[in-house]
Ligand binder design. Structure first.
Ligand code: GLN
Length: 573
């Protein structure tokens, strides 16, 4: 039998036999030590903002000229997030390649101004299905297939593939859920193995935790956080950094306690307290020197470019300096089914924030539950808003209320932005009240309606199965010259937008709608798929079958959102 020391593992991998316990599937050409790994885990409770922390730290490193690549590892068995209810899990974020992912991928895309792909997202379901597929294919050469090393091996393979495809200096691994969950335990084990295999100065473990401050005590308590960190250590992982989430800045005493109980030097125990805007968090982490702590720990000082950082950080601060200094304010109404959970509209709220900061205007949001809205009371619901968004959605609930809101916006010059379902609602409203097609509807709402102006895409009709028959991901949209969309997009002939829909304008109705004055200013190239609509004689009435909120970035707000907010500012006067 061959004998290997851990240092030799990579070199000798090709000589391993079936007798060896080592199992190290590596992408071809993988170079140990080239890519470093920062691994972010949560303790005490979920919803701490692991994605926010991880993306902010990644941003600080990216700004120094390093190539960073984030990946989220989800514990659930779903293959993607497409079938998840946004009310329970937050919005479904769609990537350009059509992957439906967790909303954290949106945080990464925005913070890093990077388009991500399915290489940046894994679920337990994907990992297991890949292992089972390999087993059936005979790839495991007569071995019994086990959680360790095969399932953990698959996790490491995914990370190393990303390291190579992204040519990353640092891969940021965010593990979903909290330490102690049964479903993510194999990810944590895989990270323990990764640290051993990659060797010293290759990994940096970050434990995110929560410091409680019960009102009755008026004092910060770190016990739960200590226990969480202890649990991580029981799994064989010594955190290198402890990030304390809390409502108010974490006091020195609580940090000292975490330092003592976690074997982590005090300068690496940092406070990440609540902040009015997530865009203020990179500065918070930078002020505690966390960026350089990580760079030193990973020994990549020689890879950074401080001149580049000065420029990038300057650009970022020009943006963040405007936060909280807005001189104007507007209120945008958002209609929607999931009105009680802000996470279901995370990207829309971000896109409004980007546009607002850019225009020096604070954007307040008023949630409008449309199940109670009718034509007779729409004015009452919309009296105090300066603009309105009808966002994406599925199913029939509240749709008539949304259509009533669209009518009010159209007839009263109220700035309107329709997103996906909101685009469809605008078409239905126009068909009914301007074209005189009283029975116009979407077949999603009423499959037997006399005028199905919105119907299942012909190309999608052929494909069966829930989640399998949607038009997903980035598509080019051809812009019609001399329209509002064309002006907003800087006179571009074509723009890239992201889609997630099953229904569209039935091409048989396009002529009727256009003859009555509706302008389709964005279309799919070579297909009669209508993607942007507008009304020329309205201050701002725009709908899109796409989801522009998914591609708005802090320093590059989406033009349709800046369009809406500027129109709202003008209306308010
Ligand atoms: N339910 C509509 C469709 O499937 C709209 C989808 C959406 O708003 N994302 O086409």
């Amino acid at each position: 039998m061959n004998e290997f020391s851990s240092q030799d593992l990579f070199a000798k991998i090709s000589q391993m036999t079936q007798e060896d316990e080592f199992f190290l599937p590596l992408p071809e050409g993988y170079q140990k030590g080239r890519t470093k790994y920062v691994i972010v885990m949560g303790t005490v409770m979920s919803g701490l903002g692991k994605g926010i922390f991880s993306s902010c730290l990644a941003k600080l490193l990216q700004d120094k000229g390093l190539r960073v690549a984030p990946i989220k590892l989800e514990g659930y068995l779903n293959i993607d997030s497409g079938t998840l209810n946004p009310y329970r899990h937050g919005e479904v974020f769609v990537l350009d390649d059509g992957m439906e992912t967790d909303m954290d991928l949106g945080t990464y895309e925005r913070m890093l101004d990077q388009n991500l792909s399915r290489a940046n997202f894994a679920t337990s379901g994907q990992i297991y299905s890949s292992v089972l597929h390999k087993e059936r294919h005979g790839d495991y050469l007569g071995r019994d297939v086990q959680m360790i090393p095969h399932v953990t091996g698959e996790v490491k393979l995914k990370l190393r593939q990303l390291a190579m495809s992204a040519k990353a200096d640092v891969v940021f691994v965010e593990i979903g859920g909290t330490v102690g969950d049964l479903e993510n335990a194999f990810y944590i084990e895989a990270m323990r193995e990764l640290a051993y295999e990659e060797g010293p100065h290759s990994t940096c473990f970050v434990a995110l935790t929560y410091i409680l401050e019960p009102k009755t005590l008026g004092e910060q308590k770190s016990k739960a956080a200590q226990l969480g960190v202890k649990q991580l250590m029981q799994m064989g992982i010594q955190p290198d950094i402890i990030v304390c989430r809390s409502e108010k800045p974490v006091r020195e005493q609580a940090r000292q306690k975490m330092s003592v109980f976690g074997n982590v030097p005090l300068e690496r125990v940092v406070s990440m307290h609540d902040s009015a805007s997530i865009y203020a968090i990179p500065a918070m982490l930078r002020e505690c020197g966390l960026d350089f702590e990580v760079i030193r720990m990973l020994k990549i000082e020689d890879r950074i470019n401080l001149g580049y950082e000065r420029k990038e950080w300057g650009r970022w601060c020009d943006f963040t300096d405007k936060i909280g200094r807005e001189t104007k304010s507007v209120t945008i109404g958002i209609t929607g089914k999931y009105t009680s959970v802000r996470d279901s509209y995370a990207s829309i709220l971000n896109a409004l924030e980007h546009a607002g900061i850019h225009l020096g205007c604070k954007v307040n949001v008023k949630w409008i539950e449309t199940t109670t809205v009718k034509e007779s009371n729409a004015a009452e619901h919309l009296r105090d808003v300066d603009g309105i968004i009808v966002p994406g959605g599925f199913g029939v609930r509240g749709i008539e209320g949304k259509i009533a809101c669209v009518r009010y916006a159209r007839e009263n010059g109220l700035p309107y932005l329709g997103l996906c379902l909101g685009f469809q609602a605008a078409v239905i409203e126009y068909a009914r009240n301007v074209c005189g097609l009283k029975g116009a509807n979407s077949t999603e709402v009423d499959p037997k309606c006399p005028d199905p102006v919105i119907d299942v895409l012909p190309e999608q009709k052929k494909i069966e199965g829930l989640g399998g028959n949607m038009r997903l991901g980035g598509r080019d949209v051809e812009i019609k010259p001399n329209t509002k969309a064309w002006e907003l997009f800087g006179k571009a002939a074509s723009v890239r937008m992201r889609f997630r829909h099953r229904y569209e304008v039935d091409p048989r109705y396009i002529e009727t709608l256009e003859k009555s004055g509706l302008v389709f200013s964005g279309k799919a190239p070579n297909q009669p798929i209508m993607q942007i609509l507008e009304l020329p004689n309205h201050p701002f009435f725009v709908g899109t079958q796409a989801h522009p909120e998914l591609t708005s970035r802090p320093l590059r707000p989406h033009p349709l959102f800046t369009g809406l907010v500027s129109a709202a500012i003008k209306r308010k006067g």
